[in-house]
Design a protein around this ligand. Structure first.
Ligand code: TGC
Ligand code: FAD
Length: 390
């Protein structure tokens, strides 16, 4: 297969600045050189390659747009470009970066105290600490307002009890941002739990056919007692966790384009080489229709992502825009992955080729960070002014 040089059918690279294109080239090289050689073994074992975390930090790929003491603050478009290239490698790699940057570093930077920011942000950015984000519970996924995890004030301390489920980086994390409902006033509050806190533990989910090269698990809080300095002081209510999701969903809207582009590249290369009935399968009209649909979907996804980045960089931050882009681009990528797999025939069902892996990964991406259906309803609410979640 030819080396990957991006999908640029509609000359969308012309919409990126020289700096954005330079970042794209750096991350692309990192994925080819450092990540992909490790992926097959980790995917088979069902583990995340933690050995690449220091390099993610050195290259500035963890929370690049987050303002941290003494650094950070790249544009959102740069963050998007990074997510696209990471997810071209694997959704698990982009997931790691999304959780660390958007779901842990970003809330610390906007809702944390100065002391919390100084203590955690530089090490998170360097990949010396790994973070996770606990919102979902076994009984409350799409409807996090129903969460059962509780916090109660006890003098100068807080006591947190409950379980969080399906948490990315759960067993790897040094630091968990966990959301709990206050038993005294019913408000949702965010807490920073450290791996060694008494009563705090994590266990892995096994048997996944999706996002195998990512750590997914359960967080268990059994009367975890922490000081008030572990509470995020500058936020209360459900809009706290939901605003974090907005950040991560932005990265997913870009990342899905990367997964789709890798599938297209693989399917096109294969179709040009593979012969049946004495001719390359790329010469059949039905194969060309598939490739045309794929490149059209990818182009639409690229244009949406770039415009979303430009809007966010201009301070336009309506969350229904992020929902529209996440919903469209993940569904597009899933369609592209399935079409790519079909072009590969039997060869598409093993880990020799990437589309089958992307296809399975994208089933998770379709569900996490707000399911496809929830994003349909968020856009529906923005269009009609009527909420129809309940
Ligand atoms: P609702 O009454 O609509 O909202 C409560 C308050 O929050 C505000 N808000 C948002 N703010 C910022 N960004 C958003 N996206 C927001 N959505 C809502 C809202 O304005 C309101 O503010 P205020 O000031 O009036 O209090 O809340 P609801 O209970 O009706 O729920 C709405 C709904 C269904 C859209 C929401 O609950 C939702 O988005 N559900 C989906 C849950 C979800 O996405 N979970 C993701 C968990 S994390 C994850 O999956 C990580 S995967 C990581 C990886 O590996 O990449
Ligand atoms: P449910 O909410 O039970 O939904 C089941 C089905 O019902 C879906 O099709 C859904 O769209 C539909 N549905 C629900 N409500 C409505 C409605 N009102 N109208 C129409 N249809 C509806 N969470 C975290 O907090 N942190 C993480 O790091 C994290 N990482 C994850 C990693 C992976 C690999 C996965 C798979 C999930 C992760 N999640 C994480 C959880 C994820 O956010 C939830 O799975 C997601 O929000 C959906 O919740 P649920 O799985 O409970 O599905």
């Amino acid at each position: 297969m030819k080396p990957y040089h991006g999908v640029d059918f509609f000359k969308t690279s012309r919409l990126l600045s020289a700096e954005e294109q330079a970042v794209q080239a750096t991350v692309r090289q990192f994925v080819d050189r450092s990540f992909l050689p490790l992926l097959k073994a980790h995917h088979a074992a069902g583990t995340f390659p933690t050995e690449i975390v220091p390099e993610l930090g050195e290259l500035g790929l963890l929370g690049p747009s987050v303002r941290i003491p003494g650094g950070g603050g790249a544009s959102y478009t740069v963050y998007g470009v990074i997510c696209e290239e990471l997810e071209r490698g694997d959704s698990g790699l982009r997931s790691f970066a999304s959780v660390q940057g958007s779901l842990v570093m970003w809330p610390l930077s906007v809702y944390g105290s100065e002391a919390q920011q100084r203590r955690y942000l530089p090490e998170l950015a360097a990949g010396k600490l790994i973070g996770c984000f606990g919102l979902t519970e076994a009984g409350h996924g799409s409807d996090p307002a129903g969460m059962q995890t509780r916090c109660r004030r006890d003098g100068g301390n807080w006591v947190i009890t409950g379980n969080k489920m399906w948490i990315t980086n759960a067993t790897l994390a040094d630091l968990a941002l966990v959301w709990a409902r206050d038993t005294s006033d019913g408000k949702i509050r965010g807490f920073l739990l450290e791996r060694d806190d008494t009563g705090f533990s994590a266990q892995a989910v096994h048997g996944k056919f999706s996002l195998r090269a990512s750590d997914t698990g359960e967080l268990i809080m059994d009367e975890v007692r922490v000081g008030d300095d572990r509470r995020l002081p500058n936020i209360e209510g459900l809009k706290g966790p939901l605003s974090c999701l907005n950040e991560a969903r932005f990265g997913i809207a870009w990342g899905a384009v990367g997964a789709a582009a890798d599938c297209y590249h693989c399917a096109l290369s294969y179709a040009l080489e593979r012969e049946q009935f004495g001719t390359p399968i790329a010469g059949f009209q039905l194969t060309q229709a598939k490739l045309t649909d794929m490149v059209t979907g990818i182009t639409a996804g690229q244009l949406l992502a770039i415009q979303l980045g430009r809007l966010k960089d201009a301070g336009i931050n309506e969350y229904s825009l992020v929902s529209l882009a996440k919903r469209h681009n993940v569904a597009m990528a899933l369609d592209v992955a399935r079409e790519a797999r079909s072009i590969l025939g039997a060869a598409g069902i093993t880990d020799e080729h990437s589309p089958g892996r992307h296809m399975n990964n994208l089933e998770s991406v379709y569900t996490y960070e707000g399911t496809h259906e929830i994003h349909t309803l968020i856009v529906g609410q923005a269009v009609t002014g009527i909420a129809s979640f309940r």
